[in-house]
Design a protein around this ligand. Structure first.
Ligand code: AMP
Length: 397
């Protein structure tokens, strides 16, 4: 059986086509600049030459159609007909308080996704467009929605409630939801499996450190707290997002710069984080290079990023009354040995010791703490697409 996984952003569509017997990605690609001049499809299939197509994509419906064409193309395609696609798994940002587990898409599910447009204004409309485009292109093929907010739904109220008038929770479901749920679920489960953590010793902190960053605390694979909130803006310092700030900063900037709340939220989402602090880049490799060349603000951004992770690890170890394992994942977490080392050097109070040789390895599950470290530390490469494909298959089988 072959499953297509779609991840629709506001102006992009990423896809992976996975053979579930072998779990091999047989084709993958990206549609960029949807609804912007210069739309581009890049398609890579195993054993074929890469295929790049410039073609107008006024919306996600056209993008999905082009993906279907690429998958079935005689030269760079991998299937003869779209009927070979057993199901489509969609990464959907927000399900409000309605769904935590993946669901087969029905009209009711689409209504929930639509009802959550104001909770995920950039992603939910694109996610729904992706679903409807698949319904049109492949009538009868099941679509499954896997929600980024799913993992966080089981957090206890003391962790997910904001201390604002309760009526806003009742009226609008304003609460902490958490995002990157598929990644946190996958990595926490994989940490327990790979680390052979015995029952009663499964307090895990997952650090998903990438362009978007978040951290979760879970016991037995069930989320007890996570750093992103009502939206992905809260928590760690990210590529372009501020993470935690005093909300009064919004009012201060509004008054002094004559900006609207929407403009400031845009600034906090897209121009802040390590980009805003450094003035160099949102990309951590660029920051490392600038820091190595003596750029003080790049160093400040890197230091502040790591410091925030260290603070959250301390908070989550306290929240769980202990921690058995810490796992690093995503672009920075998987690839930057120096970031992991710097963070762990500040965790000596937890009895953490890093094995420098193991920490330098890459590209696979790794234990990077020494045998006498009181807390095990792992690198666990995340694989959100495979996790979505597995959830999809489990529902449609
Ligand atoms: P992601 O959002 O998970 O794809 O992660 C993207 C981020 O990971 C970018 O900021 C990259 O610069 C960063 N990254 C990838 N490789 C490395 C590396 N070797 N060292 C530092 N950062 C890295």
């Amino acid at each position: 059986m072959k499953v297509l996984v779609l991840n629709c952003g506001s102006s992009s569509l990423k896809y992976q086509f996975i053979d579930m017997e072998t779990e091999e990605v047989i084709a993958k690609g990206l549609c960029e600049r949807i609804n912007i001049d210069g739309s581009l499809l890049t398609h890579k299939a195993v054993g074929k030459e890469d295929f790049v197509l410039e073609h107008a994509m006024p919306n996600h419906t056209v993008a999905v159609k082009l993906v279907m064409d690429a998958l079935t193309d005689k030269e760079h395609g991998v299937i003869a007909d779209v009927s070979e696609i057993a199901a489509v798994g969609h990464r959907v940002l927000h399900a409000g308080t309605v769904y935590s587990d993946p669901v087969i898409v029905t009209e009711d599910v689409k209504k929930v996704i639509r009802d959550c447009f104001d909770l995920g204004p950039l992603h939910n409309p694109a996610n729904l467009m992706g679903i409807e485009a698949c319904e049109e292109a492949m009538p009868g093929t099941p679509n499954v929605a896997v929600f980024d907010t799913g993992f966080g739904m089981v957090m206890p109220p003391k962790a997910h409630m904001y201390a604002i008038p309760y009526e806003y929770y009742e009226k609008y479901s304003i609460r902490r939801y958490g995002f990157h749920g598929t990644s946190h679920k996958f990595v926490s489960a994989e940490t327990i499996r790979f680390g052979e953590l015995p029952e009663g010793h499964r307090k895990v902190i997952v650090c998903h450190l990438g362009n978007g960053s978040s951290i979760s605390a879970s016991i037995d694979g069930k989320c007890v707290d996570t750093s992103m909130g009502l939206t992905p803006l809260e928590g760690l310092i990210m590529g372009t997002r501020s993470g935690d700030i005093d909300p009064a900063v919004v009012q201060f900037i509004a008054n002094h710069e004559n900006k609207s709340i929407d403009e400031i939220l845009n600034l906090l989402n897209k121009k802040s984080g390590v980009l805003g602090l450094s003035g160099v880049s949102s990309d951590f490799r660029d920051l490392d290079k600038a820091e190595a060349e003596g750029n003080e603000r790049a160093k400040l951004a890197n230091d502040a990023f790591k410091y925030r992770v260290i603070k959250y690890i301390g908070a989550y170890a306290a929240a769980m009354n202990g921690v058995d394992a810490i796992a690093f994942t995503a672009g920075v977490g998987e690839n930057s040995a120096s970031t992991r080392k710097a963070i762990c050097e500040n965790l000596e109070y937890l009895g953490i010791k890093i094995d420098d040789a193991a920490n330098k390895e890459r590209g696979k599950n790794m234990l990077i703490s020494t045998p006498d470290s009181k807390v095990k530390v792992f690198v666990i490469p995340t694989n959100e697409e495979l996790a979505i494909a597995k959830d999809t298959l489990a529902l449609v089988k």
